[in-house]
Ligand binder design. Structure first.
Ligand code: HEM
Length: 485
């Protein structure tokens, strides 16, 4: 073949490219000036292509989705720790497709009404908790996200603190994050290492992995077995697992069908809990830093809803500014700045460059959502940019930041649920509370750290925030909603 590989930084003689360990999306964005929007990097025998524009992503992930919809399979994660059930990281093919179809049947946009009572209930709890202990914001947000996915998947109401199933899932996912940084474990490059026994000198990764693997199996099996037990004694409540197992019982099905249900249920937690947390925390951070946005949103809420009740999903149409705020949270600091890695399954050629089969392909979502031409003043948190559809489409700017949810056949299938969950938190929080920068003992304003964690699932670094009920009436409404539901 005469075609060249896309341009990119040169590797040194032993195959190492000086890759930044943190905020890689920012470095890739800078490299756009040097190398363009399709960049090739070769790290220890692992070819990576970074796509630095919406156009390139569209050309490959959408128009050539038949060969760009797979995921790189990591030996450490899938085979050694045992995340082979996580369908968000399954290779493209019939087994993945069955998972995705089952997920979609249950969580598509027309099914949302059945999810809304769960989201509403946990949001009411969140507001109540914010009245009681506003300084525990991070804990409360995390708890409500976990509670929503646990209830949707398993019909399990989590304990106020220290829920066993949440703890297990979080420990298992910590293993995923720990092993998730590519290059930490040699077994990722030399997959035959997975066969060496754990006692073998230098095989410490196997002992670490054994611990993670045990958590991994518990995350997959324990909540599922718990639901089956509850079904046997008649105490199970309607939820994804119950509905699907009952259907299976009626239409008949084999062990493989049951495995599918189990896998999808665990994936809902793995893919849905921490992502929603990140977007929700972005809202609190952005609102604290931009008081004028809060004033504007509260004016709309007060006009449309009044102060005798809290907003509900029925109000979504009449509160368009809340939609703008949620979209801007997703754009301003995307939850997954480099999306979720893809793998190309055939040799391909694009713009005269060769993209070899099995190359890992990363969309630079952060850059796509910060292109000056598409999003004027891209670093500014400005929900108003989405307010005027007509003007935006006439000028070809400020497209809704759907890229935050990915692309094509692997685009986030939980995006309707995710959006609505964040939406209700934003609408009800702004109705009931004033969010502002905290003050120290002397009454001086504390300027918050507005940085995000550098991981592939990025979220605001810990920050303090003042969350005060807007009035006694607001406190009463929060308690009423919590007690009455
Ligand atoms: C604000 C919250 C969320 C964001 C920003 C988000 C973003 C994403 C992104 C970027 C992907 C990869 C798409 C691609 O490869 O192109 C993804 C995949 C996925 N998401 Fe979400 N997500 C969120 C919430 C959720 C929730 C709540 C659920 C579950 C109820 C969920 C379930 C999934 C699943 C199952 C996949 C894997 C799809 C596949 O590989 O076929 N997500 N998400």
């Amino acid at each position: 073949q005469h075609t060249r590989l896309p341009p990119g930084p040169k590797a040194s003689w032993f195959g190492a490219v000086d890759l930044p360990k943190e905020y890689q999306w920012l470095t890739y964005a800078k490299w756009k000036q040097l190398y363009g929007d399709v960049i090739y990097i070769h790290i220890f025998g692992n070819p990576i292509v970074v796509l630095n524009s919406a156009e390139a992503v569209n050309d490959l992930f959408e128009k050539r989705s038949a060969i760009y919809s797979s995921r790189p399979v990591r030996t450490m994660i899938n085979e050694v720790i045992g995340f082979d059930w996580l369908f968000s990281s399954m290779p493209y093919g019939p087994w993945w497709k069955r998972h995705r179809a089952l997920f979609h049947q249950n969580f598509n946009s027309t099914n949302l009404p059945s999810a809304q009572p769960v989201v509403q209930r946990e949001t009411q709890t969140l507001l109540r908790n914010l009245v009681e202990s506003p300084d525990q914001l991070f804990y409360h947000v995390k708890r409500s996200s976990a509670a929503i996915v646990m209830m949707m998947s398993y019909g399990h109401q989590i304990a106020p603190e220290g829920d066993m199933y949440v703890n297990i899932a979080d420990k298992a996912l910590a293993g995923l994050a720990g092993a998730g940084i590519f290059g930490t474990y040699l077994v990722d490059y030399l997959s035959f290492l997975k066969h060496i026994p754990a006692w073998f000198p230098g095989a410490s990764f196997k002992r670490q992995a054994a611990e993670w693997r045990q958590m991994n199996r518990s995350m997959l099996n324990l909540p599922f077995d718990m639901v089956k037990q509850r079904m046997a004694v008649g105490t199970a409540v309607p939820c994804f697992v119950v509905n699907e197992l009952e259907r299976l019982f009626v239409v008949g099905g084999d062990d493989e069908e049951e495995k599918l249900i189990k896998n999808v249920a665990a994936t809902v937690y793995a893919a849905g809990a921490d992502t929603t947390v990140s977007a929700t925390l972005s809202f609190f951070l952005a609102t604290m830093v931009h008081p004028e946005i809060q004033v504007k949103a509260q004016a709309q809420i007060d006009k449309v809803i009044g102060s005798d009740r809290l907003p509900t999903f029925e109000d979504r149409e009449s509160l368009p500014y809340i939609d703008c705020i949620v979209w801007e949270c997703l754009r301003w600091n995307p939850v997954t700045p480099l999306g979720l890695a893809r793998k190309v399954t055939e040799d391909d050629e694009y713009r005269g460059y060769k993209i070899p089969k099995n190359t890992t392909v990363l969309p630079n979502v952060w850059l796509i959502l910060h292109e000056e031409k598409m999003y004027p003043e891209p670093l500014r948190f400005n929900p108003d940019r989405f307010a005027d559809d007509k003007r935006n489409s006439a000028l070809g700017i400020n497209e809704l930041p759907l890229a935050a949810f990915g692309f094509g056949r692997r685009m986030c299938p939980g995006r309707w649920l995710a959006f609505e969950t964040v939406w209700l938190t934003v609408a009800t929080t702004l109705a009931a509370f004033n969010i502002s920068k905290p003050k120290d003992d002397q009454g001086n304003v504390i300027e918050p750290d507005t940085n995000y964690t550098p991981a592939s699932l990025s979220r605001p670094k810990p920050f303090k925030c003042s969350i005060m009920p807007r009035s006694d009436r607001a406190i009463a409404l929060v308690h009423q909603a919590y007690d009455g539901a």
